[in-house]
Design a protein around this ligand. Structure first.
Ligand code: C2E
Ligand code: MG
Ligand code: MG
Ligand code: MG
Length: 285
């Protein structure tokens, strides 16, 4: 978006400043205030048991309600938040908000429900992360195993020796650890074996096309078998059609997530979706 801004935004453009740079500056200024103005919202996408299709948890996905541009997806502002360091206060807010929602679901009787939160590299390497996680759990008196932290493969493969220490510190708190976007980075299998992670999430780029592309199908099946070989639970993200299910069941994938079941939804809409889903689901589904 390149729109006029309110009077509290400074409007100067350096001579020679490109439109893209000007837009970025605006977005950055807006991002600084978004937290204070309450413009962020967490959407939640259900994660289901592959066999029984019961809801096991939900992934929290951040949305920004920009006053002029409307709903902005995370790919458009998370990179900027990382570059500017704003991801730290935003990430802390996400942790608190997701834990509050998990506590609400548990009070509604969804006792086994977990909530997954994406943690970027910029947060993962900060000393304050364990403390922020602990505080978010304590504020809700939430059992640590209700929270899963999703960390991408590329983040884990950067930090070498420190990675293991940091993961153990988080694991010792009792939270779940999940390796996100698996298959898009360069994991060394020996690392995977050493890291105290619980879950592999197969990247949606392999899952999406596995129905019609034999190559992707083989890759997905191999990743599932490998994950199980390492004692990990495996989640397939990007499940977009009913045809995925028999394939993923045959490969014994533990959990499924994708548009076929539900898009990410505001918290209350997801609560309603879960109720309807549980009523309408036939036992042999
Ligand atoms: P991710 O963690 O891999 O999340 C999955 C993304 O795939 C989400 O996009 C989700 O809406 C989308 N998705 C789910 N099912 C399907 C499907 O069946 N088909 C397709 N094509 N896509 C599907 P979203 O919400 O736009 O988020 C994009 C990325 O932004 C996330 O990828 C994550 O890396 C990042 N992100 C989101 N929320 C946060 C956050 O609170 N903190 C941080 N640090 N990163 C976040
Ligand atoms: Mg994720
Ligand atoms: Mg992912
Ligand atoms: Mg991603």
């Amino acid at each position: 978006y390149v729109k006029a801004h309110g009077s509290n935004h400074y409007q100067f453009h350096e001579p020679g400043m490109t439109a893209a740079a000007a837009e970025r500056l605006h977005l950055e200024n807006d991002l600084r205030e978004a937290l204070l103005r309450g413009e962020f919202e967490l959407y939640y996408q259900p994660v289901l048991d592959t066999e029984r299709l019961t809801v096991c948890g939900a992934e929290a996905l951040l949305r920004w309600h920009h006053p002029e541009a409307g709903l902005i997806p995370p790919d458009r502002f998370i990179p900027l938040a990382e570059e500017t360091g704003l991801i730290r206060p935003i990430g802390t807010w996400v942790l608190r908000e997701a834990c509050a929602q998990a506590a609400r679901w548990r009070r509604l009787g969804l006792t086994g429900m977990t909530v997954s939160v994406n943690v970027s590299g910029e947060q993962f390497w900060r000393d304050e992360l364990p403390q922020a996680v602990r505080q978010a759990l304590e504020a809700q008196a939430l059992a640590p195993d209700a929270l899963v932290l999703e960390i991408t493969e590329s983040v884990l493969m950067h930090g070498s020796a420190n990675t293991e220490t940091r993961l153990r510190e988080l694991k010792a708190m009792g939270v779940g650890l999940s390796l996100d976007d698996f298959g898009t980075g360069y994991s060394s299998l020996s690392y995977l074996k050493r890291f105290p992670i619980d879950t592999l999430k197969i990247d949606k780029s392999f899952v999406r096309d596995m129905v019609r592309d034999e190559h992707d199908r083989t890759l997905a099946q191999t990743v599932i078998a490998m994950g199980h070989g390492l004692g990990l639970q495996v989640v397939a993200e990007g499940v977009e059609s009913a045809e995925h299910l028999p394939l993923l069941r045959r490969a014994r994938c533990d959990r499924v997530q994708g548009y076929h079941f539900s898009r990410p939804l505001p918290a209350r809409a997801l609560s309603r979706w879960i109720q309807q889903h549980q009523c309408s689901r036939s036992p042999q589904d």
